[in-house]
Design a protein around this ligand. Structure first.
Ligand code: E4P
Length: 218
């Protein structure tokens, strides 16, 4: 399973990349606005730090302009994945950009039917938003399970399931059990994966017992 981080904050990306756990980055217009940096510069900087796919989202809503924007974003670096919304125009742009050899992440996926369309359009990634479905009292992970099951029936579908709108460790564990290819996590959610109170408690007692020996390894 691959881990992407869902942020445009370069400091966070740099710090988390050093852990060796980051396989890519996803951004969206809201995250770019939050980072307060010029969009194209921010994507170029992130692509410099991270070798894996970096999603950069188009902001047009018609296919021809999305394609033009996508080409401009893809020209920033080889590891840019152009992000398009799961709309009719977005899927037309996905097909055109994918045919040109550009990685495409189809975002804002909220149904299995939409995920089938994304695969048919040649998407590199489809992003079901689990947290936003859960927020409405729906079953976000149920959608991920449906998509994984459907894609497994069609070996010609090459689209990776990128679980988005992740709120915490349980989403990651459940998505992993379902065989999802990628999860994209806000920085704090990734940090949460490292933590367990029994790890802290156990380490504290090992270290205090070690201190009583008066020894040093180095
Ligand atoms: C994914 O690519 C999106 O940027 C993201 O996961 C959205 O998450 P949110 O629902 O927490 O905004």
């Amino acid at each position: 399973m691959k881990f992407f981080i869902d942020t445009a904050d370069l400091d966070e990306i740099t710090a988390l990349t050093e852990t060796g756990m980051v396989d890519g980055v996803t951004t969206n217009p809201s995250l770019i606005a939050k980072a307060g940096r010029p969009f194209l510069d921010a994507i170029a900087e992130i692509c410099h730090v991270v070798t894996g796919p970096v999603s950069a989202e188009v902001t047009a809503t018609d296919a021809p302009t999305m394609i033009k924007e996508g080409r401009k974003l893809a020209a920033i670096a080889d590891n840019v994945a152009v992000k398009v919304p799961l709309t009719e125009g977005g899927l037309m742009a996905c097909k055109a950009l994918s045919d040109e050899g550009t990685m495409v992440n189809v975002t804002l996926c909220f149904s299995a039917a939409q995920a089938i369309l994304a695969a048919k359009a040649g998407a590199t990634f489809v992003s079901p938003f689990v947290g936003r479905l859960d927020d409405l009292g729906q079953d976000g992970l149920g959608l991920v399970e449906d998509i994984c099951d459907i894609y497994a029936n069609y070996p010609n579908f090459k689209t990776a399931v990128l679980v988005a709108s992740v709120r915490g460790p349980q989403h990651v564990v459940d998505a992993a059990k379902m065989g999802a290819d990628v999860v994209t996590l806000p920085p704090n959610a990734l940090r949460q994966l490292f933590q367990h109170p029994l790890t802290d408690k156990g380490l504290q007692s090992f270290l205090s017992d070690w201190a009583t020996t008066g020894q040093s390894i180095l």
